[in-house]
Design a protein around this ligand. Sequence first.
Ligand code: PBG
Length: 324
Amino acid sequence: MLFPDYRPRRLRQNAAFRRMIRETKLSTDDLILPLFAINGKGVKNPIDSMPGHYQLSIDNLVKAASKAHELGIPAVMLFGIPEKKDPLATGAYDKNGIVQNATRALKDKIPDLAVITDVCLCQYTDHGHCGVVEGDMIDNDASLDLLAKTALSHARAGADMVAPSDMMDGRVAEIRNILDENDLINVPILSYAAKYCSAFYGPFRDAAHSAPKFGDRRTYQMDPANALEAVREVILDIEEGADIIMVKPALPYLDIIHLIREEIDLPLAAYNVSGEFAMVKAAEKMGWVDGKRVMMETLIAIRRAGADMILTYFALEAAEELRA
Ligand code: PBG
C-alpha cells in the first residue's frame, strides 16, 4: 500500500492514537538507581560531574533509597567508597565494610526495596584495578577468590542480588559456587557480562575514587569494536550461572543490546553510565538541549533496543516524570 492510500500520519494525529500504537513502554519498574555509600554521618558530598548525585553516608543513603522506594523504583545498585585501600582489596570483603553496613541498614529500614551490590575490587585496591596485580599484569585466577569472598560477604549482609562488574574470566561460576556452598542458593547474580572498556565511565571514577593508578582496563574489559565477542561473553556467563545479564554502557552500544536480545531469552539489563548522564546534564546546563526530553528519549531508546531494565542516574527524575 502506497501513498495516498497509506498515510502513516493518520495514526499520529492525536495523543490517544499515538498512545494506542506506541510499541515500547517505559515504566518505573524498569529503573534501578545507583547509589554511592561512604563512611561517616550526615555526609552528602556532591559529585560535580553528576548533578543531583552524592557520596552518601548511610543515614543519607537510606533517605535517598526511601525516596526511590516511594516513587516505585524496585531496586538500587550499591557502590562503596572505603576508608582505606590496599593491594588485596580487603575492604571489599570486610564483614563491616561500607557496602556490607549500608546493605544491612537498607534491608533493615526499607525491606521491600531490592538491594543489588556491585561486586568489584577497583574501589578497594590501592592500584585501582579490578583484580589482583602481579607486576604489570592483572592476575585473573588470583582475583576470583577475592571476588567470590566479596559477593559472599554482600549476600551475608542481606544483599538481594550481587552484580560482578570486574570482567575476570570465570567469576560468575566462582560466585555461584561460593553462594551455593553457603546456603545462599536464592541470591541471583546480575552479571555485567558485556562490559566495554569505555571512556564513558569517567565521572563514575571520580565519584567512586576508582581510576586505575597505572595503565587502563583494556586487558579485561571489552574492546568497543567487538560485537560477536559480546555474545560469547554473555553465553559464558549464562553457562556459569548468571540470572540477569547486562550490557554496559548503553547508548553507544544499543546495537549490542539489540543483538543480545535477539540471541538470549534471559532478563537483560543495560547500564546508562555516568558519562552518558553527565553529557546530558552538561548540555542542558548550557541551554543546548531540553534535558528532560533527552532523558526520556534516551531511556525509551534503551528499552526499544531490547533492555528489560535500566541502571540509570536518571532513575529518580524519570520516576517523577512517569508519575506526573
Ligand atoms: C567498577 C564499575 C565501574 C562502573 C560500574 N562498576 C567503573 C569501571 O569499570 O571503571 C561504571 C559505572 C558508570 O560509569 O556509571 N568496575
